[in-house]
Design a protein around this ligand. Structure first.
Ligand code: GLA
Length: 401
């Protein structure tokens, strides 16, 4: 995919031209349930999985932390809960019901609590007969397959704003059919509910999920992330080549963030956050914010990097170099500048030079170069020279103004 004609054209044409194409070909959607920009928020899965600590007290505590830690002010909006929220059985009328131990006050009360914080609430289900946990064939919590209308009505009655819809126990029913059924049920539910598809890239959702009749806000492009560098790297490589399929309101989703969970160094977490942002990925925090360490929080609160992810032009960064473990990704921004991430995937430090023309910038001009991690501004000719530690990423914003 990397060497196809559109990619080469995109890398070669002047920036103004690229921006014009992006702006006219991908209008910002009017639908308020599907934000044009990648969704930002929290999901408990990466930190708790199905463990008992996942309950309504925890989720309320997370909502409180959104305010006290400044995450809402930084743009994080969704507080989403994942698998294991439901009871093992539907109720006597066939409706989903929460696990009474974990959520004794019910889902609607939790949604209200989150809404009172000026935040939005997301829930999880699977496009199968049961969800993914426990990992035994057809033994999970009740899934949505064949219950789409009823479940969408339940979600709407609970004031749910977001549905992550998984892929387990799908009985090999055609994915397009399964995800269309839920998308239509959500649209018919009377409530605007963001549709986050999670079929792990198995059926190339980037080719169809962003278009009617599914019209999902985002779709997972890969299998699950784990809290280690090799996993993050693998997922980055799978997602970075899909840039041409993303557009405002329709995002490639390389899975949730692991920043803060302890399995990577701060440098690696910085790379993770930089790469997800330059790929205009959903930024869903996956660590327990009640106990987060200051260094991890600082990464998640880097407003200059967040601004790259959330840039209103809505273009996923394009990889212009992938050689000897050095990756250069360029993302055009609304104000005419460009964000650049240079990532060293290797286990050794490297001196890296990137020319202005490789970034699609006119040579022989003076540019403002903003280092988005050092928060420092310099003037330059648009080229980058840097010594990159193993697994490190530098990120810049380069423009004339
Ligand atoms: C799948 C999804 C994960 C998570 C789990 C829950 O593996 O891809 O993100 O939702 O199911 O069981």
């Amino acid at each position: 995919m990397k060497n196809s004609i559109p990619s080469l054209l995109r890398a070669a044409v002047p920036f103004v031209f690229v921006a014009a194409i992006a702006a006219t070909a991908t209008p910002v959607r009017a639908d308020a349930a599907t934000p044009a920009l990648p969704q930002m928020g929290f999901n408990n899965w990466n930190s708790t999985h199905c463990r008992d600590e996942f309950d309504e007290a925890m989720i309320r505590g997370i909502a409180d932390k959104f305010i006290s830690l400044g995450l809402r002010d930084a743009g994080y909006r969704y507080v989403n809960i994942d698998d294991c929220w439901a009871n093992w059985q539907r109720d006597k009328d066939g409706h989903l019901q929460p696990n009474p131990k974990r959520f004794p006050d019910g889902i609607k009360a939790l949604a209200e609590y989150i809404h009172r914080h000026g935040l939005k609430f997301g829930l999880y289900s699977s496009a199968g007969v049961s969800t993914c946990e426990p990992l035994q064939e057809n033994r999970g919590f009740p899934g949505g397959l064949g219950h789409e209308k009823d479940d969408a009505a339940t979600f709407a009655s609970w004031d749910v704003d977001y549905l992550k819809y998984d892929n387990c126990n799908n009985q090999k029913v055609d994915a397009h059919k399964r995800y269309t059924a839920m998308a239509e049920a959500l649209r018919g539910s009377g409530r605007q509910i963001f549709f986050s598809m999670c079929e792990w890239g198995e059926n190339k959702p980037w080719l169809w999920a962003g278009k009617p009749p599914v019209d999902a806000g985002s779709w997972r492009t890969t299998g699950d992330i784990s809290d280690n560098y090799a996993s993050m790297l693998k997922i980055f490589k799978e997602n970075v080549v899909l840039d041409r399929y993303a557009s405002p309101g329709h995002w490639n989703d390389p899975d949730m963030l692991e920043v803060g969970n302890g399995g990577m160094t701060d440098l690696e977490y910085r790379s993770h956050f930089s790469l997800w942002s330059i790929m205009a990925a959903p930024l869903l925090i996956g660590t327990d914010l009640r106990t987060i360490k200051p260094d991890a929080l600082q990464i998640l609160l880097n407003k200059e990097v967040i601004a790259v992810d959330q840039d209103p032009l809505g273009v996923q960064g394009h990889q212009v170099r992938d050689t000897s473990g050095i990756h250069v990704i360029v993302k055009p921004l609304k104000d005419g500048s460009r964000a650049v991430a240079v990532f060293n995937e290797t286990d050794a430090a490297h001196d890296v030079t990137v020319t202005a023309s490789e970034l699609g910038l006119k040579a022989g001009q003076s540019y403002n170069v903003r280092d988005l991690w050092a928060h420092a501004q310099t003037k330059g000719d648009g080229s980058i020279k840097t010594e990159l530690a193993a697994h490190a990423t530098v990120m810049y914003r380069i423009g004339r103004r």
